[in-house]
Design a protein around this ligand. Structure first.
Ligand SMILES: [Zn+2]
Length: 460
């Protein structure tokens, strides 16, 4: 058997259902295979979710808890890069068992020695540089490129409000190019496992969710509604191109996203809320003073206590830890705006298990759809109101939201797919599923379970 995986970052099952009539390939999969959902980890952020997918374990074992994290023993923040992942990737395990792999543009996938090739994705230091050089040379010869571009440039993202057409044009251009390159390598390289992840759906929906989701209070149907719909049709067409190039008798086809989206209309300055309750202390320039606070929040709604023995200027004694965690949780969970609760739950490290749980934030806020932590004003403790209208974002998942409110899409096609019992699958179930299909034993530390019933004899 072989496995082909196509990823579409942030593709939403809500929109797939809504536009099903216009998505012939996904409609065919729904009929002949399985169309379901993926459940992302907490927090439902791209680097955490894809790392969970590629390792088959929860964040307590792979060590990636957010885009950024507090550098333990300091008040500094650092960006999480793939070299911080503590467990083996699916493609490394497959390589070690003699399987040929090809991996393109998966966020958090880094350069590593594999039995095959890899083009590192979003957040990798060598993003877009194919490895080994054989593949780099092939792409240079065929496409005249030195570096693979799998994501829109920061400048285009920054100017999306002023130049929305340019943004859509660039996303479409990059997507077409990625499809061409991926199909070329699918044909050109030997593989047992092949995977490519497209980023467009995520980038588009962060800005244009209010144009496609009727549940958004600022819902507005306009030309952008049509552009997002067109992009979904493009992805559907790309899937059909891949399906033409594989033999489903001997290949399992998986199409998935790492999370979906929910509406965002307001941003919450969490430190402003913590300051009002006396947990955070004010410092200079309207920013919080993290060294003298009891607890402070960061840009994705993660909260850290200033713990004695852990932080250099710790203010919270270990014996008071649980009490303060509870107080913050209770306070945030009861805040209402116009009769609506802004926070769904505040979770603690108890949602994780494994050797790296102590690297997790002390608290993680799961906002109700509509609200998310402010990133640009994350450090502010006073800036007028604690809750402000969101000017930049209209959709989110990572701000942070309950995984159940932002599930991803899952589509499976292949000769044995009809015996799949679950259609809502945790992201960590996919690595063991792939291993089982490729007849590689699943390491015992893996949290996920193959999505086929254990007794079903589906590998022949
Ligand atoms: Zn994502």
């Amino acid at each position: 058997m072989k496995v082909l995986v196509i990823g579409s970052d942030g593709m939403s099952p809500i929109l797939v259902e809504k536009w099903m009539e216009k998505l012939p390939t996904l409609r065919k999969i729904k009929k002949e295979g399985i169309l379901g959902k993926t459940i992302p980890p907490i927090p439902a952020q791209t680097p955490v979710a894809w790392t969970t997918f590629m390792t088959g374990v929860n964040p307590g074992k792979h060590g990636i808890f957010s885009f950024t994290t507090r550098k333990i023993g300091t008040y500094k923040r650092k960006i999480n890069t793939p070299d911080k992942i503590k467990t083996k990737t699916l493609w490394k395990i497959l390589s070690e068992h003699g399987k040929k792999v090809g991996v393109i543009n998966v966020p958090m996938a880094r350069t590593e020695n594999l039995n095959g090739f890899i083009i590192p994705g979003f957040l990798a230091k060598r993003e877009g540089i194919p490895y080994p050089s054989r593949v780099r040379e092939k792409l240079q010869k065929k496409f005249k490129i030195k570096r693979f571009i799998g994501d829109v440039e920061t400048k285009v993202l920054q100017e999306v409000k002023e130049e929305p057409d340019k943004f859509f044009e660039r996303v479409n251009e990059i997507t077409d190019m990625q499809a061409d390159i991926s199909l070329f390598l699918l044909e050109e390289e030997k593989w047992d496992f092949f995977m490519t992840v497209f980023m467009g759906t995520d980038r588009i929906q962060h800005f244009f969710w209010k144009n496609v989701d009727e549940n958004h209070p600022e819902y507005e149907r306009n030309e952008f509604t049509f552009k997002v719909e067109k992009y979904y049709q493009k992805m559907d067409k790309i899937i059909s191109e891949f399906l033409k190039n594989i033999d489903l008798e001997e290949t399992l086809f998986i199409f998935l996203s790492d999370h979906g989206f929910c509406p965002v209309h307001s941003e919450v300055l969490v430190n402003c809320l913590l300051y009002k309750q006396g947990f955070a202390k004010g410092g200079t320039e309207g920013n919080i003073d993290d060294e003298n606070s009891i607890a402070v929040a960061y840009e994705y709604g993660d909260i850290w206590l200033n713990l004695e023995g852990r932080e250099p200027n710790g203010k919270v004694q270990a014996k008071k830890y649980n009490n303060i965690v509870q107080k913050i949780k209770e306070h945030l969970e009861k805040i209402e705006v116009d009769g609506q609760k802004i926070v769904k739950h505040v979770v603690t490290r108890d949602v994780y298990w494994g050797p790296y749980v102590n690297d997790a934030p002390d608290l993680i806020i799961l906002f109700n759809p509509g609200w998310q932590a402010s990133r640009s004003k994350a450090k502010k403790y006073k800036d007028g109101k604690c809750i402000i209208r969101s000017e930049r974002w209209s959709g989110g998942h990572d701000g942070t939201h309950d995984p159940k409110d932002v599930p991803g899409i899952l589509a499976l096609l292949g000769s044995n797919v009809s015996s799949v019992l679950k259609t809502e699958v945790n992201l960590y179930d996919l690595a063991p599923t792939v291993l089982k299909v490729l007849e590689v034993s699943v390491p015992s530390y893996i949290d996920g379970k193959p999505i086929w019933h254990c007794d079903t004899n589906f590998t022949t």
